[in-house]
Design a protein around this ligand. Structure first.
Ligand SMILES: [Zn+2]
Length: 278
């Protein structure tokens, strides 16, 4: 945190106009920025949404490059470039040798469903709502043992599988889940092929939470949710080997690490429930 403060100070001094960045400049991190109202902000090639007060948000992927360029154009047309140093992370890599990855071959019917599911998810995440919930606090939707973390990956006989982008929390089927932050429901699906019961809550400016493998979805598209609201129940629907919540966070199409947004998991009774890391 010290190093980050120093970096922030550096940014403030180095640029002519006020630029404030708050959050971890690291892979998987979400950063909230502030510029003078009326400014335009670009991260590399992407034009960002800027609120009337000058607030914006950006995020870095699991494998984000070590530098990114932020360009701020003030209302008078003057552009300032700021090169951001993105701290790389080490991920939990599990090597599995001698055992073939259990391959699931989806049928033609399954493939149709998978394509429909991903189009719906893409549509939900494509919204760019002006709401500012992303700038507030996030909280764990569920308290329990963490059984899977962001960025982890299994390598089967030298072949890397798709990395895991969510944080998994194990709990028995039926355990209530609360919204991680205020927002509006943009997708409420009872049973997608891979992710089962799936809920997407939009927190504004392209920041969204996805809750997966739900046994029950208790809200519908368009519902406004606030912290404390029970929005769904834990399950093992879709492709899951045991009941658990898989909570994912997106900034636009960039997958960010939910665990960087919340305080450490509160202490809890160890549950006997099995949840798979993937
Ligand atoms: Zn998972």
């Amino acid at each position: 945190m010290k190093a980050f403060n120093i970096l922030m100070l550096f940014i403030l001094c180095a640029s002519v106009q006020a630029l404030e960045l708050n959050g971890p400049l690291q892979q998987g991190g979400m950063v909230i920025g502030k510029v003078s109202p009326g400014s335009q902000v670009r991260l590399d090639d992407e034009i960002l949404m800027v609120s009337e007060e000058g607030t914006f948000v950006l995020g870095f992927d699991r494998d984000a490059a070590v530098t990114s360029t932020l360009t701020v154009t003030s209302p008078d047309g003057k552009a300032t470039e700021q090169v951001l140093q993105i701290q790389p992370r080490e991920y939990r890599i599990q090597r599995v040798n001698g055992i073939a990855q259990s391959i699931m071959n989806p049928t033609q019917e399954d493939l149709k469903r998978i394509r429909k599911d991903s189009a719906e998810v893409r549509g939900a995440r494509a919204k760019r709502l002006g709401r500012m919930d992303f700038a507030g606090e996030f909280q764990w939707p569920l308290v329990g043992p963490i059984t899977g973390v962001y960025g982890s990956q299994r390598v089967y006989n030298g072949k890397p599988s798709r990395p895991h982008y969510g944080v998994d929390v194990a709990a028995p089927t039926g355990t209530p889940l609360t919204t991680p932050a205020p927002g509006v429901v943009t997708l409420a699906h009872p049973d997608m092929f891979y992710s089962g019961g799936t809920l997407i809550i939009d927190h504004g400016h392209g920041v969204s939470s996805t809750l997966m493998h739900l046994s029950k979805v208790l809200v519908k598209v368009g519902d406004e949710v606030t912290p404390g609201d029970i929005v769904a129940e834990v399950g093992a629907s879709g492709r899951a080997t045991g009941p658990h919540l898989d909570w994912r966070m997106n900034w636009r199409n960039t997958r960010i690490d939910p665990q960087l947004l919340v305080p450490p998991m509160p202490s809890h009774k160890a549950e006997a429930a099995k949840g798979d890391g993937l």
